[in-house]
Design a protein around this ligand. Structure first.
Ligand SMILES: Nc1ncnc2c1ncn2[C@@H]1O[C@H](COP(=O)(O)OP(=O)(O)OP(=O)(O)O)[C@@H](O)[C@H]1O
Ligand SMILES: [Mg+2]
Length: 261
């Protein structure tokens, strides 16, 4: 018997399939399109194909993410919030986890867990692109860099530039002016990482920091941002091997739990 979790995020759709022993059998990440129900179905089907399973092998499935309400009727048995799914996934991977930071494409969240993994406090920034993956994508565009180049660049910086605009649109203009006035791209990138870290650390402080601190979501793959956030919080952050699928993994784990109940 197998269990599926599908996380339809604003920028990426993730499917994760586990077995009864909670072992990950397969996962898949696809860019979210305007047709969120369709991309949810495609990601799920393709993930099944790759793992050599069929829909009949899936005993129970749960959908999460911003597309969950629209997709649940045709895609999964149930829907659950991202707050719960990211927390369950992070706690499974790091049993001592008490703080979860999820930075996705469109929002950022901080969750505080008790010893049993129950969410006791959470805070979310979904009103503004600053402090999210979208912020970095816009800046990569302004700098004419690929995301991979941007990650590497930050580590070459010797003279970080301070980004003063808190709004993504104004920060983009600021970056363009900084390039025009001869600042090195790596120093601008380091400043951008610091800007995003300042935003996210504000959220984390509001829920309180307790070990282990685990970062999930696609932006956790950006080592420069993780380092900047560690500096801001003055605290070690643990990053799963594939942080982007933690929400989908949590959904699959919840599917297993609900099925057993
Ligand atoms: N290898 C990578 N390096 C750096 N950043 C990455 C990498 N892969 C993905 N990202 C970033 O991760 C973000 C998407 O993350 P994620 O899939 O967690 O978001 P989402 O769940 O779609 O969004 P949300 O939760 O806000 O609805 C994008 O901004 C993307 O640029
Ligand atoms: Mg997400």
């Amino acid at each position: 018997m197998y269990f599926a979790g599908i996380d339809i995020g604003s920028l990426a759709t993730k499917t994760c399939i586990i077995d009864e022993e909670k072992k990950i059998i397969g996962y898949l990440i696809k860019r979210t399109t305007a047709n969120i129900v369709e991309v949810g179905k495609e990601t799920y089907k393709e993930c099944l194909e790759r793992t050599g399973l069929s829909e009949n092998d899936i005993a129970y499935s749960i959908v999460t993410g911003y597309g969950r309400n629209l997709a649940v009727a045709t895609l999964a048995n149930e829907k659950i919030t991202e707050i719960t799914c990211h927390s369950v996934g992070a706690k499974h991977l790091f049993p001592k986890c008490h703080t979860v930071i999820d930075v996705g494409g469109q929002d950022s969240k901080a969750m505080r867990l008790d010893d049993d993994g129950k969410v006791v406090k959470f805070i979310m920034n979904d009103k503004c692109a600053a402090g999210t993956g979208r912020f970095l994508e816009v800046m990569a565009g302004a700098l004419g860099m690929e995301m991979d180049e941007m990650i590497e660049a930050a580590f070459r910086s010797r003279n970080k530039v301070s980004i003063t605009s808190t709004c993504t649109v104004f920060a983009e203009s600021e970056v363009i002016s900084l390039i025009a006035s001869g600042n090195k791209p790596e120093d601008i990138v380091a400043g951008l990482n610091e800007a995003i870290a300042k935003r996210v650390s504000g959220l984390v402080r509001q829920v309180g920091i307790e070990d282990d601190v685990v970062m999930t979501g696609g932006v956790a793959k950006n080592r420069g941002v993780v380092k900047a956030l560690e500096n801001e919080l003055n605290h070690e952050i643990k990053v799963p091997e594939e942080p982007q699928i933690v929400g989908a993994l949590g959904a699959a784990l919840m599917a297993l739990k609900k099925f057993k109940e």
